[in-house]
Design a protein around this ligand. Structure first.
Ligand code: 4NP
Length: 149
């Protein structure tokens, strides 16, 4: 199964989602392919925001090898599940769905059974809380996949 985490810049929330989901999948012994992208292109090629990297590392998640990229039409064919961090990211992705898309699109916290948007720390600054929230939700998402037939 292939999962793509999606946010706006691909330098804060979705890189964290990628790292956290990967860690949970590994712990659960699941062989998942997990990646991330942004709807915007401002930060393409850049590593995650230094504030996000520090907060993630403090909770055990290393984001330093990641580089931002923009959502591509091919992602809709290559990924089974696209997890959007907020409603705007979801709406943007829905507008770009190409013919023949295989991906299911859903908000990250909705897939976890928590519901709502992951707040954007780039503007709001609550990096530690965002890691904690993404981590809690990842446990639920990976648990659900583990139990699926
Ligand atoms: P992200 O946060 O979508 O969680 O990566 C943002 C990063 C950069 C910008 C917006 C959100 N920006 O406007 O540059």
């Amino acid at each position: 199964m292939r999962i793509l985490c999606l946010c706006l810049g691909n330098i804060c929330r979705s890189p964290t989602g990628e790292a956290v989901l990967s860690a949970h999948a590994a712990r659960a012994g699941l062989d998942l392919e997990i990646d991330s992208a942004g709807t915007g292109n401002w930060h393409v090629g850049q590593p995650p925001d230094a504030r996000m990297q520090a907060a993630a590392l403090a909770q055990g998640f290393d984001l330093s090898d990641q580089r931002a990229r923009q959502l591509a039409a091919s992602d809709f064919h290559e990924f089974d599940l696209i997890l959007a961090m907020d409603a705007a990211n979801l709406a943007d992705a829905r507008r770009r769905v190409p013919d023949g898309s295989r991906a299911r699109l859903v908000r990250y916290l909705d897939e976890a059974g928590i519901g709502g948007d992951v707040p954007d720390p780039y503007f709001e600054g609550n990096f530690d809380d965002v890691v904690t929230l993404i981590d809690r939700a990842a446990g639920a998402i990976i648990g659900r996949i583990s139990r699926a037939p």
